[in-house]
Design a protein around this ligand. Structure first.
Ligand code: PLP
Length: 447
């Protein structure tokens, strides 16, 4: 692994991009807003590595924010994409591969009978919400603070912890009327859940939850919480939407629900699931699925409209299918080994440098919380207390040593099945200096 020598070309590219693209990026986290410095422009990736425009190689722990489960440019995925693309990029008519991909996903997750392919996770959750409202005839949605479900208006409402607060908009441009249709509850809090249903139960269409929260760092559900959530919602005639866009086929072979449902009676199950990321293998593809009686309320069979010019695109479907087929037991074994190996090494290095921290896990997903957390945090209010300035120092030290981490303290780390023992050993080599940088970091004035 080469030491990184500079980022002049990335800086030039960033300046050029800023002249034509707001903030120079097409998704905000790429701008390095919370860590500062020059975002690296990536020109290629292979296996566990990416290469930037200055020619520096990095071990990548972003993995395209999840889709690159098998590693970058995995030969079987690239071959499937080339083969599909050579036959045409899309037809606006059904292609055989769409049902093949749907069958593959359905076979992996208990309780899904029908699946609709869309292009992004945002579209999947937005459509699932419309479907839940259409199915129940009710207006309100419950979400949990700190859970991210994409950027559709009603789901950006994240403010207002406490009991069943009618949410404030989480972004300019979201009307109070739209935000007011979303109840935001503290995660892992059954008291708040019961109170919300006691007050609004007959108006709640659905509860949407990340299968394990992973967009505020990783915060898994407390034992029994998801079951309680499903039983409470169902008792009040509301649906449960399990958002597995991030965790699906990554936290484990059947997503995080695949881990959670083991040992539960079959009737305690979500009504709808959403997927993205891994099921597109790096191309734009996502899905919503669930029981036939609900899913068949979608057009053209039912009254809930949902459509997309690029939905089920055959090239994206080929990338997703090849990724899922490559995600066999051996791949999950490699993924788990890498994730456990790296998280233990990070914890050891931080402990040796005297940096207060906590490693958070959900299946093969993990994240690092900087700060004193004697107990595992349950929700958003607690993780907001982390020492983000230590993450910033840690991040930059790792980057300079050729390891690219997610540029925010509130993100999960994404390993791939290509992070083999050699790669893990190289990460181990970079950790002590990064841990010392985190130890030496000073709290900025006013934070
Ligand atoms: N749901 C979850 C749990 C996510 O993590 C994300 C994205 O990170 C989304 C939905 C939105 O997906 P997309 O970015 O593809 O719109």
């Amino acid at each position: 692994m080469a030491q990184v020598t500079g980022s002049a070309r990335s800086a030039e590219l960033a300046a050029r991009a800023e002249r034509v693209i707001p903030g120079g990026v097409n998704s905000p986290v790429r701008a390095f807003g919370s860590v500062g410095g020059t975002p690296r422009f990536i020109v290629s990736g292979r296996g566990a590595f990416v290469t930037d425009a200055d020619g520096a190689h990095y071990i990548d722990l972003v993995a395209s924010w999840g889709p690159a489960l098998l590693g970058h440019a995995e030969p079987s995925v690239v071959a499937a994409v080339k083969e599909a693309a050579a036959r045409g990029l899309g037809f606006g008519a059904s292609a055989p591969i769409e049902a093949e991909l749907a069958e593959e996903i359905i076979s992996r997750v208990p309780g899904i009978e029908r699946l609709r392919l869309v292009s992004t996770g945002t579209e999947a959750t937005m459509s699932a919400i419309r479907l839940a409202r259409g199915a129940t005839g009710r207006p309100l949605i419950v979400k949990f603070a700190g859970h991210y479900h994409g950027h559709s208006d009603g789901l950006l409402a994240a403010a207002g912890s406490g009991l069943a607060t009618l949410a404030l908009p989480g972004s300019a441009g979201v009307t109070p009327e739209t935000a007011g249709q979303t109840l935001v509850l503290p995660y892992n809090d059954t008291v708040a859940l019961h109170a919300a249903f006691a007050e609004h139960g007959d108006r709640i269409a659905a509860v949407i939850t990340e299968a394990a929260a992973a967009n505020m760092g990783v915060v898994p559900p407390r034992p029994g919480f998801t079951r309680e959530l499903i039983e409470t919602a169902h008792r009040h005639g509301a649906l449960v939407i399990m958002d597995e866009v991030l965790t699906g086929f990554r936290a484990g072979p059947g997503g995080f629900w695949g881990i959670e449902c083991a040992g539960l009676p079959a009737h305690i199950a979500p009504d709808l699931f959403t997927f993205g990321k891994v099921i597109g293998g790096g191309l734009p593809l996502a899905a919503l699925g669930g029981r036939a009686e609900i899913m068949e309320l979608l057009a053209p069979l039912g009254p809930v409209y949902q459509a997309g010019t690029l939905s089920g695109n055959p090239v994206a479907a080929a990338a997703g299918l090849a990724t899922l087929r490559g995600a066999d037991a051996a791949a999950y074994e490699r993924l788990l080994l890498a994730s456990q190996g790296i998280s233990v090494l990070v914890g050891t290095a931080l402990a040796q440098a005297g940096v207060p921290h906590r490693i958070q896990r959900a299946g093969t997903l993990f994240s690092v919380l900087f700060g004193d957390f004697p107990e595992a945090p349950r929700g958003y209010d607690e993780v907001l207390g982390q020492e983000t300035w230590r993450h910033r120092a840690f991040f930059h030290s790792m980057l300079e040593q050729g390891v690219s981490l997610p540029p925010s303290a509130f993100e999960a780390w994404f390993v791939t099945a290509a992070h083999n023992g050699d790669v893990v050993a190289q990460i181990a080599g970079a950790l002590p200096a990064a841990a010392r940088a985190a130890a030496a970091a000073e709290r900025p004035v006013g934070v």
